[in-house]
Design a protein around this ligand. Structure first.
Ligand code: ACO
Length: 312
């Protein structure tokens, strides 16, 4: 009977169909989704930290309001994604425990520091730009609860990308020389980590082949990276910044930009826990969890009271 269920599942996937939470699915499909969705959720939550660093120092009321809204959106994205992962039968406590004990991964990009205000604009432009490129295809992921969560997330990400680009345009067009230099410096620091976000090259990506077959991933790591680079080069020109890659150039034959070698040793070091801010990020998450213990306890005590009959 298991073989029959699996054949039906495969046929539905081959047909471009969607799988719902209560449908039968192979154990490995479930495990892959819990892995990817929970890593994605953790990335949203940890991703609040580098930007949260600048909320109190935003240069104007308008920029502060935008930044607070964006950071709150990221908290919301984390919650939709934890909820999507929970539909696969893993509890939120289990997922968070894996994050807090350092067993679960989250995106490498959030282990880099936000040194100046220009970093906030560049995160919107490059980091959220890369996130959208990666996430739009997930709106068609074969696991429907994940796909549905991604639709709303992508709409919000696109606002995040545009607010970042807009704040950089203001600095580049109306700013002082020092402000323009600050933008260029931020671009220089974030460019390479941003293109690493798409993950290892296809031939070194252990999960890609199976995830592509199952329609969890629709476009490969390298193809998404290429699409991102091609989209970003003209945006950099409009902005008036250079990208820190001397080998970056249009290849008319391929119809794409060629780029220089990516430092994969740095990528694996950061993924492995040894990036510039890994300890700080994880420490901040664990502290937030511990500091919030009394809120969870109070909420549980309140919930218990609601279910107990009132004493006369
Ligand atoms: N940062 C940290 N770890 C990474 C990264 C990265 N940028 N890229 C790949 N990895 C990890 C993978 O999680 C995998 O580890 P695991 O097997 O222990 O889980 C390993 O490196 C090998 O990579 P792949 O085989 O290519 O893994 P996968 O097929 O899962 O592809 C990808 C990685 C593209 C990130 C995919 O999981 C994905 O699309 N996830 C959803 C999007 C997401 O998480 N975005 C987070 C950043 S965007 C944001 O939050 C604003």
């Amino acid at each position: 009977e298991e073989a029959q269920l699996e054949a039906r599942f495969d046929a539905r996937i081959d047909d471009g169909g969607f799988i719902e939470a209560k449908d039968w699915m192979p154990a490995h499909y479930r495990k892959t989704l819990v892995r990817q969705i929970s890593q994605h959720a953790h990335s949203e939550i940890v991703g609040m930290l580098p930007e949260g660093n600048w909320i109190t120092r935003a240069p104007t009321l308008k920029r502060k309001a935008i930044l607070m809204a964006k950071v709150q959106d990221e908290g919301g994205h984390g919650l939709y994604l934890y909820a999507a992962a929970e539909t696969l039968g893993t509890s939120r406590d289990q997922l968070l425990d894996a994050l807090h004990t350092g067993k679960a991964k989250y995106s490498s990009i959030f282990n880099y520091p936000t040194l100046t205000w220009a970093d906030i604009g560049v995160i919107g432009w490059l980091v959220d730009g890369a996130a959208i490129m990666n996430q739009v295809p997930i709106c068609r992921c074969s696991y429907a609860p994940y796909a549905r969560a991604m639709v709303r997330i992508c709409r919000e990400e696109s606002f995040h990308q545009r607010q970042g680009y807009d704040s950089l345009l203001v600095m580049m067009q109306n700013g002082t020389d020092a402000q323009k230099a600050m933008v260029q410096d931020a671009v220089n620091r974030w460019w390479w980590p941003s293109i690493m976000m798409f993950g290892p090259p296809d031939d070194q990506s252990p999960n890609s082949a199976q995830s592509m077959r199952w329609g969890i991933k629709r476009i490969s790591n390298d193809d998404l990276r290429q699409k991102f680079i091609d989209a970003t080069v003209p945006q950099a020109e409009v902005l008036g910044v250079t990208l820190p890659d001397p080998d970056l150039q249009w290849n008319a034959e391929r119809g794409h930009h060629d780029h220089g070698p990516i430092d994969w040793a740095e990528f694996w070091r950061v993924v492995g826990g040894d990036g510039p801010c890994n300890r700080e990020r994880l420490g901040a998450r664990v502290k937030a969890w511990d500091d919030g213990a009394w809120v969870r306890e109070a909420a549980l005590a309140h919930a218990r009271k609601q279910t107990q009959p009132l004493k006369a």
